[in-house]
Design a protein around this ligand. Structure first.
Ligand code: XLS
Ligand code: NI
Ligand code: NI
Length: 444
């Protein structure tokens, strides 16, 4: 088969001093991974441990359209009229680029990889054709499927939501679509399945029965759990929190909101989260906060590794290059013992002005090197106990005396009042924030 990206060679690791754009400076796919993601025997490679993934929608279908202008991207499928042929060329391009970049995984929405037909039946037929084509490519490729998902937001039928639409026919259609997407994800060996609540939210409460919509969303997810069981799909189910965009308020607004929803509706045993950096910042949280919350509640599943722009309040989906953020992200991932079946999926798009085909490779290299470098810094911080030791010291008083008796449930309000009545010296220690910020900087 002819190359689609002849300007992109197989990308080699050249080390931190390399000044070549098309080379890895920190991501060495075959080097041994550092720290707690190195696998049970400590022998996993960086490639196995970081579990990078390419997002089909941004890298293969993204055209550079924005509200003020049309497509800019130069791509190998430009000028091909037959939509099924476009789909095939895109899929070949995905495998070519992931292999050249040593990216072990990809992710897709059903409608990214095959054109939508006039009916669900017709769309399913297109999807089947493309799944067979993909399966064939996978036979001779190391690239695997990290997760699949269904696009329940682009088509006008989903204007008021999918599982939360006021119209039950839309609920039924969405169910049919997810049923098929689950079958396809299983067929391609997907290790997870993602639910991002595309338009599951509202524009105004004046026309919204919020309780009914949340009940319906939970019912929908239970039906998905049941069907996965029925067909023997054992991949991890993931919910991807996002607070707004496209709707004003999305029900799965952040990790804590998702946790409350899953707990209320008896879904906690079946779901983890797919946490995205730009969604965290849209929610007014840091990615560190979102990952910390997920880790401490046992629901860290996977990461959509991208970043927003500090001056723009929307989901700009840029490649992650902020080393400080990458380091604190990977710190949480390492403390979680890795992402297990999840991965670091580049839910990121090249800027509209980065329209050359090689920009796609360069952007992924930038993201991979940044995450690898963050991972190395985080592993060193952990090995040195740079943050863990001061943290333990800050809460040390819970190990003995009144701290230990409170923690073990031996105190009540009466006993605590008696203890507190004459305290004048609380022995408070400094929070040392600036000191800790400087500690982190030492490792960057
Ligand atoms: C959109 C989401 C989307 C999901 C997959 O903001 O990030 O791309 O990752 O549906
Ligand atoms: Ni995402
Ligand atoms: Ni997003």
């Amino acid at each position: 088969m002819s190359e689609l990206f002849p300007m992109v060679p197989k990308i080699a690791f050249e080390g931190p001093l390399s000044d070549r754009d098309l080379a890895f400076k920190h991501y060495d796919p075959s080097a041994k991974a550092i720290g707690p993601v190195g696998g049970a025997d400590g022998n996993a490679t960086m490639k196995d441990a970081l579990r990078f993934s390419m997002a089909f929608w941004h890298s293969m279908t993204g055209a550079g359209i924005d509200p003020f202008g049309s497509a800019t991207m130069q791509r190998p499928w430009d000028g091909i009229a037959d939509p099924m042929e476009v789909a095939r060329v895109r899929m070949r391009a995905l495998f070519e680029l992931t292999e050249k970049l040593s990216i072990p995984f990809f992710c897709f929405h059903d409608r990214d990889i095959a054109p939508e037909g006039a009916t669900l039946r017709e769309s399913d037929r297109n999807l089947d054709t493309m799944v067979a084509f993909t399966k064939d490519l996978m036979k001779s490729s190391p690239t695997k499927l990290l997760w699949g998902t269904a696009n329940l937001f682009s088509n006008p039928r989903y204007m008021h939501g999918a599982a939360t639409s006021p119209e039950p026919k839309v609920f039924a259609y969405a169910a049919g679509q997810v049923k098929k997407a689950l079958e396809v994800t299983k067929e391609l060996g997907g290790q997870n399945y993602v639910f991002w609540g595309g338009r599951e939210g509202y524009e105004t409460l004046l026309n919204t029965d919020m309780k009914r919509e949340l009940d319906n969303l939970a019912r929908f997810l239970h039906l998905a759990v049941d069907y996965a069981k029925e067909i023997g799909f054992t991949g991890q189910f993931l919910i991807e929190p996002k607070p707004m965009e496209p709707t004003k308020h999305q029900y799965d607004s952040d990790a804590a909101a998702c946790y409350a929803f899953l707990a209320e509706y008896g879904l906690l045993a079946h779901f983890k989260l797919n946490i995205e950096t730009n969604h965290a910042t849209l929610a007014g949280n840091t990615i560190q906060h979102e990952l910390r919350f997920a880790r401490e509640h046992g629901i860290m599943g996977s990461v959509d590794a991208n970043q927003g722009d500090e001056l723009l309040g929307w989901d700009t989906d840029q490649f992650p290059t902020n080393l400080y953020v990458c380091t604190l992200m990977m710190y949480e991932v390492l403390k979680n013992g890795g992402l297990h079946s999840g991965g670091l999926n580049f839910d990121a798009k090249v800027r509209r002005g980065s329209f050359k085909p090689e920009d796609l490779a360069i952007a992924h290299i930038a993201g991979m090197d940044s995450m690898a470098r963050g991972c190395a810094a985080a592993a060193r911080m952990l090995a040195d106990g740079a943050l863990e030791r001061p943290l333990a010291a800050r809460y040390a008083h819970w190990q003995s005396g009144i701290g230990a008796t409170i923690a073990s449930g031996k105190e009540d309000f009466r006993s605590l009042e008696a203890f507190a009545l004459d305290i004048t010296d609380f022995g408070l220690a400094s929070g040392r924030q600036e000191c800790l910020e400087a500690v982190v900087n030492r490792y960057l």
